[in-house]
Design a binder for this molecule. Structure first.
Ligand SMILES: [Zn+2]
Length: 238
């Protein structure tokens, strides 16, 4: 009787064992970047301030001062793939003739952070395209998108623009025509200068620029602390 009970218990255990297996990712969540077909260039993320120390940084995602209300980067650093970084530096130097320099809010963004953003925003904000879908990845994940504004070289102060960075409103559009003319002209000068170097502005965000070669780079999920300060990043994908 005892052994029969034990056998029944064992059978019961075996029959429920799939539920006891290590938990799979809940339905609808992703455990890693999407698999992509095709060949890509070898990633070569470059720290922007290493190309020109006069580029200024305000890495909001390394502080709680962002829409996520928490630091999502371990370090206040900004990177782009080398050709995009070099193009942005050329724009920075061209803007100096107008008395401006580039102020960077964000560059390369690990895929895990894109996934986190997707999970914390409302379904309405997802539908409005305020955050990238991690199932597709973001151009920031490829190291080919940069969020930036201008600073005044004479004073060092951030230059006013028609909206704040990451302001989810109509004023964020690069085609918004309201407000002071001076601010619109400054925003348009930034756009013209970036476009001349191969960047395209996002239709909903005056601060977001995509580099023309973004399709040639893979989605990456390398945390900042793993990116060497000076040496180029070796190819690494998950
Ligand atoms: Zn952006």
């Amino acid at each position: 009787m005892k052994s029969r009970t034990a056998r029944i218990l064992l059978l019961l255990l075996l029959s429920v064992s799939p539920a006891c297996a290590p938990a799979a990712a809940p339905r609808g969540t992703l455990s890693g970047p999407p698999a992509e077909k095709g060949s890509f260039r070898k990633p070569d993320l470059v720290e922007l301030v290493r190309l020109d120390r006069t580029v200024r940084l305000d890495i909001r995602y390394a502080t709680p001062n962002n829409f996520a209300r928490r630091a999502v980067y371990s370090e206040a650093r900004a990177f782009l793939q080398r050709p995009a970084a070099q193009a942005m530096i050329r724009a920075h130097r061209a803007l100096a003739t107008h008395g401006y320099g580039i102020l960077v809010f964000d560059g390369y963004r690990p895929w895990s952070v894109t996934k986190l953003f997707w999970e914390i925003v409302t379904p309405q904000d997802r539908a409005r395209g305020f955050v990238a879908n991690p199932a597709k990845g973001s151009k920031h994940n490829r190291g080919c998108a940069v969020d930036l504004s201008l600073y005044d070289v004479a004073t060092g102060a951030e230059s006013a623009m028609p909206s704040a960075y990451d302001e989810f409103s109509d004023r964020a559009s690069p085609d918004y025509r309201g407000g002071p003319k001076e601010l619109l002209e400054r925003r348009d000068l930034l756009r013209k200068t970036m476009e001349a170097e191969g960047f395209e502005v996002d239709p909903g965000e005056w601060w977001h620029y995509n580099y023309r070669d973004w399709r040639e780079y893979p989605i990456l999920d390398v945390p900042f602390e793993k990116i060497p300060a000076a040496a180029p990043l070796a190819a690494r994908r998950r």
